[in-house]
Design a protein around this ligand. Structure first.
Ligand code: SF4
Length: 349
């Protein structure tokens, strides 16, 4: 995954590649008023605009659900494929293998990812497919009237009073364990944190899994829900204050030694993690898993960059694909000559 182009802004209204923010918008949202997914779409628009990534350098993928309608509402000039339920990881993997110069971006939901799409999700994780995978997590199936999904917490209540008795799947824990190289949790209502996390994910070379708590105002934003705006405001425990400094900007922030941890991403961008009231090392897999479990036991929701490994091998490395995308290689390189095919046939006799 790479972020290219180097022109500087011509004015405050255009970014460093000369585009206005209008070039990053999509159709008008048809989701419910106040739906967290609308905030996430807006942050996606702002991040790609501010980073100066050309929208046609992005390929959007989704499955089924309210979250999977979101790609219609941002980056209308990007490539896009709305597939069947839970299959966005397979679509994205195929497209990125064909052209790894594109920035793959999946918007999925908790139902799409953690139930019908779980097999696809797990194999994308173990392959560290270089793309950004956003789970717009509200704990319910919004599109089919608010049944619990597999990420609903034990004890969480529906509006009807039905209580969830089953333990949740934690997509961040799964991501860390199975091979995603950047894993973060955020909240659609925390604009600054979500933007920093999204920018880091876009600049990261490898699979970024972002589990974003995104309340469903119609079916799961009441007392008793653990995915509501009020629950998140009371139980959100940010691990650090996040700054993302793109490679084309100089670092001018004046912060005393020892209070900041800096992680360099592969394109030279910097992720600055300012310590809050605890020491946290986002490069430790074991530490991340332990911290998530401990927070869950206390009923808290840890947010921020939970885990990052900026040197992990991606699927592109594992398959030894060259720099030139398969989709642009000439036929003379991708189609073996008759003699080579004859030799293979001979060997198989
Ligand atoms: Fe958003 Fe819920 Fe409405 Fe779907 S039903 S658009 S998730 S608020």
């Amino acid at each position: 995954m790479s972020v290219t182009a180097a022109r500087r802004p011509a004015s405050e209204n255009v970014n460093r590649i000369g585009l206005e923010i209008a070039s990053y918008k999509g159709a008008k949202s048809t989701l419910c008023a106040g739906c967290g997914h609308n905030s996430i779409s807006q942050r996606i628009i702002e991040c790609f605009f501010e980073m100066g990534v050309a929208p046609w350098q992005v390929a959007k993928f989704s499955g089924i659900g309210c979250s999977s309608k979101s790609p219609a509402y941002f980056l209308s000039q990007a490539h896009g494929f709305n597939g069947v339920h839970g299959r966005a990881p397979a679509l994205g993997t195929g497209a990125i293998l064909a052209n790894h110069k594109l920035i793959g971006l999946v918007t999925s939901g908790d139902g799409d990812t953690a139930s019908i799409g779980l097999g696809n999700f797990m194999h994308m994780l173990r392959r560290n497919v270089p793309m950004v995978y956003i789970i717009e997590n509200n704990g319910v199936y919004g599109l089919t009237k608010g049944q619990f999904s597999a990420t609903a917490d034990v004890g969480s209540k529906l509006k009807t009073g039905v209580v969830n008795d089953l333990p949740p799947i934690d997509c961040c824990l799964m991501g860390i364990e199975l091979g995603a190289s950047l894993v973060a949790r955020s909240f659609s209502g925390d604009k600054n944190q979500l933007k920093a996390v999204l920018k880091a994910a876009i600049a990261h070379r490898g699979l970024s899994v972002l589990d974003v708590i995104s309340p469903c105002t119609t079916f799961n934003d009441h007392d008793g829900s653990t995915k509501s705006y009020s629950y998140m405001k009371e139980h959100d425990l940010p691990l650090h204050e996040l700054d993302f400094v793109p490679f084309f900007e100089e670092i001018e922030v004046d912060i005393a030694e020892g209070e900041v941890r800096e992680v360099e991403l592969h394109d030279g961008s910097k992720l600055r993690l300012k310590k809050l009231d605890r020491d946290y090392d986002p490069t430790s897999k074991l530490g991340a898993v332990q911290a998530i479990h401990q927070a869950a036991e206390r009923g808290e929701v840890l947010t921020g960059i939970l885990y990052v490994n900026s040197s992990a091998r991606t699927l592109i490395d594992m398959l030894n694909l060259g720099d030139e995308p398969l989709s642009t290689l000439p036929e003379s390189k991708v189609r073996p000559p008759k003699e080579a095919l004859d030799q293979i046939m001979e060997e198989l006799r």
